[in-house]
Design a protein around this ligand. Structure first.
Ligand code: FAD
Length: 501
């Protein structure tokens, strides 16, 4: 019998924007169906620089609205997810011949003051000859500014939004592609295809949200049938991950002679992440990969600062993503706006297209989308996400270390780094994974590093993980440390569980 249900909202895309909108909408009382053609966060949302930041550089492009909103969001999101978001200090060396010190000071003054900063410490000046931050750099850098932003586990932010949405009643389908969406009277008839079995079904909804990220124009043109459309500019950005370049917990913000900037950020204990680039991209976003020229650029830019140059042999991993930037006609890729634009199409059942945006502003983007939805299909509930913890984030900022210690006290068989990693990824829900375990053996089969069966089963049952790649590169970054053999064993194990389900 065909399903007669008509959902309020159908969302195409399980990146940060689709999942953020799903969570906000279902929490207000709308019924929500979200389809993601691959894994959650498998698009742009897991390939970012992983910063919740105002975007100091955007001040140069006079993007004051965006910078203010993004700065305000830092502390809001940190409070809501103190496990997967953490405060960071950035060291910006003054480079003679590039931006003058007075300009950096002015930019950072604005940065400290326009965005409601309360908890994050303010900017200070460093004497790099005395400060440990100067040690890994060339001695020519004698002065630097140190300022605040936050780090984030981007892929987990997406999954936790999806988890909370599902806990509140949203239907979240992964590996489910929307193959067509057509208006039938006042309702959307959306055809979806299970990417594992090829089975198709039709889902009906009153309003459609196109949060397809870099595929947003493709969805609008092909899937919705609007023909040739051009709203976003696809801009590739790549990172290299190298063996740890420095011990200091602070990150570096390096200016380049071409006016761009790159970051060098401590990454998963033993590594340094360096990025990013900005270059126009024309092909299928799924195929994006770092180019030789990007590797050369990142190595040369970082080596301009580090006393010991970055070598190709130091690279352990690279990753690339495609920014779906709203096309504002800027001549250079780096100058295209990072702000988001929402466009409603009300020629029949309503459609809202999401163009652009940042991980940092996803919650505000969701609120703006909900404001439009209310006008189109009627209001339900009120904005609620500003003070609502994401799953596992129900502990106070500033108590992360205490939360780790408590977990170690209650599960004394865990190595300290293991307790820390579980708290960082799952917050208070680490206890659901550990259950009543009394020894490491109680966590089941071992898949290398500190990855055990109990965590895999949790990820499959609660976080839509289906393949080893989902676990190793998106739910965790254990892919950096487990061997190929362990990864292959994990794939077989997960395949067996999925087949038995
Ligand atoms: P996506 O994450 O790409 O999600 C869209 C989803 O739609 C995809 O998962 C895709 O599979 C799905 N989809 C498409 N078509 C269909 C279909 N037909 N059916 C079903 N599903 C479909 N922002 C920050 O705030 N901080 C940063 O440090 C930062 N750094 C960045 C660095 C780089 C190199 C890049 C590329 C971006 C960075 N960003 C950063 C920006 C941020 O990552 C993006 O703006 C954001 O992730 C976009 O999310 P999204 O949900 O719109 O797109």
């Amino acid at each position: 019998m065909p399903d007669e249900t008509i959902h309020d909202i159908f969302i195409i895309g399980g990146g940060i924007n689709g999942c953020g909108i799903a969570r906000d909408a279902v929490g207000r009382g709308y019924s929500v169906f979200l389809a993601e053609m691959n894994d959650l966060a498998s698009g742009t949302s897991s390939w970012s620089t992983k910063l919740i930041h105002g975007g100091l550089r955007y001040l140069e492009h006079y993007e004051f609205r965006l910078v203010r909103e993004a700065l305000e969001e830092r502390e809001v999101l940190w409070k809501n997810a103190p496990h997967i978001i953490w405060p960071m200090r950035f060291v910006l060396p003054h480079h003679k011949g590039l931006r003058p010190a007075w300009l950096l000071r002015l930019g950072l003054f604005l940065y400290d003051h326009i965005g409601g900063r309360k908890l994050l410490p303010k900017t200070r000046v460093l004497d790099m000859r005395a400060d440990p931050a100067g040690r890994p750099l060339k001695p020519i850098f004698s002065k630097a500014f140190e300022y605040s932003d936050c780090g984030v586990d981007d892929a987990r932010l997406v999954v936790l939004n999806a988890r909370d949405a599902a806990d509140k009643g949203a239907v979240i389908r992964t590996r489910t592609k929307v193959v067509s969406a057509r208006r039938q009277n006042d309702v959307w008839s959306v055809e979806i295809e299970d990417q594992t079995t090829g089975t198709r079904e039709t889902v009906r909804a009153r309003l459609l949200v196109n949060a397809g990220g870099p595929w947003v124009d493709h969805v609008l043109g092909e899937t919705v049938g609007r023909g040739d459309v051009h709203n976003v500019r696809l801009v590739q950005g790549s990172h290299i991950v190298v063996k740890k370049k420095f011990d200091d917990p602070r990150a570096y913000f390096f200016q380049n002679a071409d006016g761009r900037i790159i970051f060098a950020i401590p990454y998963h204990d033993d590594f340094t992440m360096i990025g990013t680039t900005d270059q126009d991209y024309q092909d299928d976003p799924k195929e994006v990969a770092i180019t030789e020229a990007e590797i050369d650029y990142l190595i040369a830019s970082a080596s301009e600062y580090f006393a010991e140059p970055v070598r190709r042999a130091d690279i352990v991993w690279t990753f690339s993503g495609v920014r779906p930037l709203y096309d504002d006609g800027a001549s250079k890729a780096q100058e295209a706006t990072r702000d988001y634009v929402l466009k409603a199409d009300t020629d029949g059942a309503p459609l809202i297209n999401i163009f652009g945006g940042k991980i940092t502003t996803y919650r505000r983007l969701a609120e703006s989308t909900l404001a439009k939805i209310e006008g189109l299909i009627g209001a339900k509930g009120r904005p609620w996400t500003e003070r609502a913890a994401l799953p596992g984030g129900d502990f106070a900022v500033g108590t992360f270390d205490a939360t780790v210690r408590k977990l170690s006290d209650d599960f004394p068989f865990l190595a300290k780094a293991h307790s820390r990693r579980l708290t960082r990824l799952y917050g208070t829900r680490a206890r659901t994974i550990l259950g009543s375990a009394k020894s490491i053996e109680d966590l089941g089969r071992h898949f290398g590093a500190d990855l055990y069966e109990a965590e895999i089963c949790y990820l499959m049952a609660h976080e839509w993980a289906k393949t080893a790649e989902d676990v190793l590169w998106r739910r965790t970054k254990r892919g950096l440390v487990v061997s190929r053999e362990d990864a292959a064993r994990l794939e077989t194990f997960m395949g067996g569980l999925a087949a038995a389900a």
